[in-house]
Design a protein around this ligand. Structure first.
Ligand code: CS2
Ligand code: MN
Length: 360
């Protein structure tokens, strides 16, 4: 398992590279320039500076999450070509510091969506929670709640400047149906994938979180059929997936191990985490251990193992433990993600041992 850890950068994360060095098995840092808004150019000097910080501690820089896609590209406005040119320029620059995979998403307006950031679990820890009934007709309420809980950390996909124009944004997406969104994604991919092939950088789209349309906005990376259609838009290994079990697992109809077995050769980046889905469709994030939630995490790891998976992996979100919610980023504390890594590596190592003993 090529294990990685998402780090938000100096001054933007309460966790340091020195903390991360003490977690067994972490080989790479998943990074980004988090002060860049979608559509903005990335400067080479800044890219190099962060890459140097990461390599100086012995980590790989191979995965960037995210380079956010400007809304004009998703909406299909004439200005999209300008923003795609900037995106291409960023892909080329990132290839110079060893980036091999870029994780991005194509969700209109909102990235991941929750109704509570610090919902208490029975064990006294707390975690991100989605309550269906709390999603009203008014998205502004949800935005305010999330931004209040962010403790002034920048949150990818939750840029206050962009979200301050929520009415305008919703209006711009008025005619964007699922079909239109697929067309606009195809347009984007047809321009960038040839560049990715030339520069050896794989694109890995992140699924929609949660895995259903919200506030009337279409969402297209949320089931086996949607993913099949996405991969066929541009049939190149450079057009691939970030397979996030937490996002796809919010809908219990998604058979995650079966999807991994089907799509493994196009999965470049695995986000592995667990969610507990309640009967009414609400869900909360829980520990990585399979028994604690609705995702059979050990079976997920097994599906990767039996297909000789060599892509990058990270624990995705974690619960907030032992009071760390006072200072950590929502969903990105130190302890539960570190525990998650030990669980994932434990399952993986035992499968490896079996294999090496001549078992299957
Ligand atoms: C991440 C996503 O925190 C998360 O759920 O996995 O926000 C992911 O970084 C983006 O969707 C990728 O663009
Ligand atoms: Mn994820």
């Amino acid at each position: 398992m090529n294990m990685t850890w998402r780090w938000y950068g100096e001054g933007n994360d309460d966790i340091t590279l020195d903390h991360i060095r003490q977690i067994p098995g972490v080989m790479g840092i998943v990074w980004s320039l988090h002060d860049k808004v979608a559509g903005e150019e990335w400067d080479m000097a800044k890219i190099q500076e962060v890459a140097d910080q990461i390599t100086s501690k012995g980590f790989s820089t191979a995965v960037v999450e995210s380079v956010n896609v400007h809304d004009d590209i998703k909406i299909g406005l004439p200005s999209r070509d300008k923003y795609i040119d900037i995106y291409i320029d960023t892909i080329k620059k990132l290839s110079k510091v060893g980036v091999k995979v870029i994780c991005y998403n194509f969700m209109p307006i909102f990235d991941w969506t929750r109704t509570e950031l610090y919902k208490e679990l029975p064990d006294g820890s707390n975690a991100l929670f989605y309550e269906k009934a709390a999603i009203t007709d008014n998205p502004q309420e949800m935005v305010d709640r999330i931004l209040q809980g962010s403790k002034n950390f920048t949150m990818p996909g939750w840029e206050p400047e962009r979200l301050s124009k929520l009415d305008e944004l919703f209006k711009a997406y008025e005619n964007v149906t699922e079909e239109v969104l697929f067309d606009n994604l195809k347009y984007f991919l047809e321009r960038i994938i040839p560049v990715c092939e030339e520069y050896d950088v794989k694109m890995a789209i992140h699924p929609d979180d949660p895995a259903w349309p919200i506030f009337g906005l279409p969402r297209i990376i949320r089931s086996r059929n949607h993913i099949r259609r996405f991969l066929d838009l541009v049939d190149s290994p450079y057009n691939g997936l970030t397979f996030c079990t937490g996002s796809l697992g919010s809908n219990p109809e998604n058979d995650l191990p079966a999807m991994i077995r089907e799509f493994h050769d196009r999965i470049h980046f695995a986000h592995i985490r667990n969610v507990k889905v309640f009967e009414n469709g609400d869900f909360i994030e829980v520990s990585h251990r399979g028994q604690d939630g609705s995702v059979d995490v050990a079976e997920v790891v097994k599906a990767y193992h039996e297909n000789g998976f060599i892509g990058y992996v990270r624990p995705d979100h974690g619960r907030h433990l032992w009071g760390e919610e006072k200072h950590c980023r929502p969903g990105y504390g130190l302890y539960d993600r570190a525990l998650g890594i030990m669980y994932l590596l434990g399952v993986w190592d035992s499968l490896e041992n079996e294999k090496n003993k001549g078992g299957k």
